[in-house]
Design a protein around this ligand. Structure first.
Ligand code: NAP
Length: 485
């Protein structure tokens, strides 16, 4: 099994109005295997006309879709949940192939990603407004929830399934139609997902997928169109800002899930072994290529050496290799540029005075590999503490006091995930109230959960995905004033 068998003969094309078709002009886009740099396959490279066709299809389907009974929308999601779960192994292999992560990790992403379909299948039937008497008596106040309308979804390459289902699930539940543009490096999983949703009974035009290399013109064209009502984007802060600017003319609603620079704070009273277990998850999930990845390890001076040695031992025991091979723990990074960027950050940190506990040396041979690396005594202002690393590197910086830890943690433009290890309850409450992040994991290295509101503050964006909050991103509120009668 390599997962490519999930895709039917036409399924490397565009999916518009319920039909698979070639891109206008027949252009194609290569999909590369990050484990060796070879071309795996190719997909349609959509034009701007194709983009508008996709929006036309979404607009044409919107009115009927909004009127579909919520239970029917929920049942489609529930059916898709079942189909994907039955094919979890194929999805995991396909994702591993195009993105590089191990099949075991990809299975984890399938389980996580598909849960958004089950959760929002259950939420579809719980959309409701409210009814109240006006405070002064007399009139009655009624609110109605309506779908926002046609949406544009743009997703990144690091979680090819989950970053799609987090948007598609609530949009379907709310009654919105959509155009999806997956990352051009990992389009295959989204194409497979579109096939499953069609099989589950999603009406033509509700979901349209356009793979394209023309990301800038694509978003400009669709965002200039007044029929597009919402943009939900997951990706880098830089691109997020471009999309926010482009939304101004039509005042589209926005959800922005952007970059992170998560602190992982270990206090002197922490269970160091538990902190190392948590660090392995928070750092190494997805080879460190996660917006929630622990980026800066802030460790109290009294336990820093012990933490570094124990983490170093665990990291050096990991096996690097092709994600589909048995016994591999860490797959390749997404491309050559990613390896160069991680490598440069490590070189600079060493130049700034950090010492290498483990890793740091590029392997030879094909593929975009970087070894699990731990650095100790990284100066707080070293570039590796400022930028998103997006690789398997754990830089450790020490602190002396709680105030200093909080100051260092908050000293970033980002505000997505953060992690804290302590056994002191009063400190836990103080820290949770003073960290400027959308999500805080206490004694836990894994915070993502489809039932919880995922999202950031500051330059990590705005809006929430998952939980009860996630569906609100796809609903408008209409207020109706009624006389008392
Ligand atoms: P990216 O370069 O911002 O790309 C993300 C998506 O945006 C891709 O589909 C890309 O298309 C597209 N894109 C780029 N420029 C565009 C433009 N001008 N108009 C429209 N679309 C455009 O990010 P990435 O490197 O794929 O992903 C890594 C980033 O995503 C990191 O910063 C990470 O923290 C963030 N992320 C955030 C979350 C979250 O929930 N907060 C989750 C995962 C990842 P192409 O593929 O064709 O370039």
């Amino acid at each position: 099994m390599n997962g490519l068998d999930l895709l039917g003969p036409d399924q490397r094309g565009l999916f518009i109005g319920g039909t698979w078709r070639e891109a206008e002009g027949g252009e194609r886009l290569d999909v590369v295997d990050p484990a060796d740099g070879s071309v795996l396959t190719d997909v349609a490279d959509g034009s701007l006309h194709d983009a508008v066709d996709a929006l036309d299809a979404a607009v044409a389907a919107q009115a009927a879709w909004a009127k579909t009974p919520p239970r029917e929308r929920g049942e489609i999601l529930r059916t898709a949940f079942g189909l994907i779960t039955d094919r979890a192994d194929q999805f995991a292999h396909l994702m591993s192939l195009e993105m590089g992560k191990t099949v075991a990790e990809a299975r984890g992403e399938v389980a996580y990603g598909v849960e958004f379909f089950r959760w929002y299948a259950e939420e579809a039937v719980r959309i409701h407004g409210r009814w109240m008497q006006a405070p002064a008596g007399g009139s009655r106040l009624l609110t109605i929830k309506k779908p926002v309308g046609p949406c544009l979804f743009i997703t990144p390459w690091n979680f090819p399934l989950a970053m799609g289902t987090r948007k598609i699930g609530p949009a379907i539940a709310a009654g919105c139609t959509m155009v999806v543009k997956p990352a051009s490096q990992t389009p295959l999983t989204m194409l497979a997902l579109a096939g499953v949703l069609a099989e589950a009974g999603l009406p033509d035009g509700v979901l349209n997928v356009v793979t394209t290399s023309r990301h800038s013109e694509f978003s400009k064209t669709l965002q200039a169109d007044d029929r597009l009502r919402k943009v939900s984007f997951t990706g880098s802060t830089g691109v997020g800002k471009v999309l926010v600017r482009q939304s101004a003319d039509q005042l589209q609603r926005l959800s922005m899930e952007l970059g992170g620079n998560a602190p992982f704070i270990v206090f002197e009273d922490a269970d160091v072994d538990a902190a190392v277990d948590g660090a392995m998850i928070a750092k190494m999930r997805n080879m460190g290529e996660a917006c929630t990845a622990a980026n800066r390890f802030l460790v109290h001076r009294s336990v820093a050496q012990e933490f570094a040695e124990k983490l170093g031992r665990r990291m050096s025991g990991l096996t690097l290799g092709r994600g589909q091979d048995d016994g591999v723990d860490v797959g390749p990074l997404i491309d050559e540029k990613a390896v160069e960027s991680v490598s440069q950050l490590v070189t600079d940190a060493i130049h700034d005075g950090a010492t290498v506990v483990t890793g740091g040396e590029l392997p030879t041979g094909p593929g975009y590999f970087y070894p699990p690396t731990v650095l100790l005594d990284v100066p707080v202002d070293s570039e590796i503490n400022v930028q998103e690393i997006f690789g398997p590197v754990a830089p450790i910086t020490t602190f002396e006091t709680e105030d200093e830890a909080v100051r260092q943690a908050n000293d970033t433009e980002y505000g997505l995930a953060s992690y804290v290890y302590t056994r002191d309850l009063a400190r836990t409450i103080r820290i949770a109230e003073s960290l400027e992040f959308g999500m805080i994991g206490i004694n836990s290295g894994l915070i993502s959960n489809p039932a919880a509101p995922f999202g950031g503050v500051k330059q990590s964006g705005f809006g929430r995905e998952g939980g009860f909050e996630g569906i609100e991103e796809y609903l408008e509120t209409t207020y109706v004033a009624l006389p008392a009668g």
